[in-house]
Design a protein around this ligand. Structure first.
Ligand code: NAP
Length: 330
């Protein structure tokens, strides 16, 4: 069946300006870290991307190493783009990154110019694209001068291989330096991609201020703490959940009785707001407009449908914020 995007796709999603740039991002973006690899079912991935776009999600986030195997999420997304999205490329913001291990030898990870440029060339081939919209340095490199990494990002934009650049997992101090260097080069930093959720608030300790003061946007990854901030683990560990699978990043041991109790109490507040917990967790990240977009993952279409409905209720009363803080401190 030829895919035709839903006509009403821009009706309910919210679009937020990314820092002081000209770019608007959907308040909810879809990441392809899990469930889009060579080990996963192509039709499930394809259905999720189509549904996301139909619901107004314009931004799709990848990295060179997403899979498994590494590279296969870009290949799957490239196939979906070619099959279904050729008429819609200019309505999409597609990002990729380089930083983690990709190939053996001294040039296959971190953030040298050699690695970033060759990795992006490989990503573009897998994606079947001439350019990505955003290219990220995926993690800071302690052994490469920041000037070299930022100059590589700048030249990637000048070569037309990316429209904008971002950084991910950089500290507040590293970000301040990166912003300065990129400004001098004439390619402003568009966006930072940090982890951020009710269970992981490190960006409140400096990074958020740096981004706001400098007009840089932000996109929060793992805003649902990989599924912990939903109601799915309240009564055990479902067989089809990330925690029950072979993820290195979320396992059964992390779902302690204390965590479940905290989630149960948060769930009560969400119910009082007429929202699901996943929606409240996303609204909390987006509160006060300090984060441009929440970068969710999904294993099923129904999760995307549930999560995009966050835009229907983004406001919190002071009392709700205080009750949430009390639970997070407990
Ligand atoms: N820059 C970086 O270093 C970095 C690192 C990590 C991630 N990321 C990016 O951030 C994206 C999102 O990360 P993430 O997958 O950890 O985000 P997340 O949104 O915190 O977790 C997504 C997982 O939660 C579960 N879930 C989502 N919605 C649900 C709902 N409504 N009800 C119940 N369960 C639900 C699903 O897992 P199951 O159904 O499988 O249990 C889903 O795969 C990645 O795809 C990637 O693009 C970037």
């Amino acid at each position: 069946m030829v895919y035709e995007a839903a006509e009403n796709r821009y009706k309910s999603m919210k679009y937020n300006r990314c820092g002081h740039s000209g770019l608007l991002l959907s308040a909810v973006s879809l990441g392809l870290w899990h469930n889009f690899g060579g080990v996963d079912t192509y039709e499930n991935g394809r259905t999720m991307v189509r549904k996301a776009f139909d619901l107004g999600i314009t931004h799709f986030d990848l990295a060179n190493n997403y899979g498994p195997p590494a590279g296969s999420a870009e290949e799957m997304f490239g196939r979906i783009l070619k099959t279904d999205f050729a008429p819609y490329r200019d309505e999409m913001i597609i990002s990729t990154k380089a930083g983690y291990y990709m190939w053996p030898g001294p040039y296959g990870e971190w953030a040298s110019r050699k690695y970033l440029v060759s990795s992006l060339d490989q990503s573009l081939k897998r994606l079947g694209l001439d350019y990505v919209d955003i290219f990220y340095s995926h993690r800071p490199d302690p052994n490469t001068p920041l000037e070299e990494t930022m100059a590589a990002l700048d030249s990637i934009v000048r070569q037309g291989k990316a429209l904008y650049v971002g950084i991910s997992n950089y500290s507040a101090e590293q970000t301040t330096e990166a912003i300065k260097i990129l400004k001098q080069l004439g390619t402003p930093l568009l966006i930072h991609q940090p982890s951020y959720s009710m269970f992981n608030k490190w960006i409140e300790d400096g990074l958020q201020d740096v981004l706001q003061e400098n007009g840089v946007g932000s996109i929060a990854f793992s805003p649902l703490a990989q599924g912990l901030l939903t109601n799915k683990y309240l009564t055990g560990i479902p067989d089809d959940s990330r925690a029950a699978g072979s993820s290195q990043f979320l396992n059964e041991g992390q779902i302690t009785p204390e965590v479940v109790e905290r989630v149960r109490r948060l769930n009560e507040i969400a119910e009082g707001r007429g929202q699901t917990l996943s929606q409240m967790a996303l609204a909390w990240v987006l509160r006060e407009g300090r984060v441009t977009s929440v970068l969710i993952g999904a294993s099923k279409v129904s999760q995307i449908e549930e999560n995009v409905a966050v835009v229907n209720n983004l406001e919190f009363s002071n009392q709700e914020i205080v009750r949430i803080e009390d639970i997070l401190k407990s």
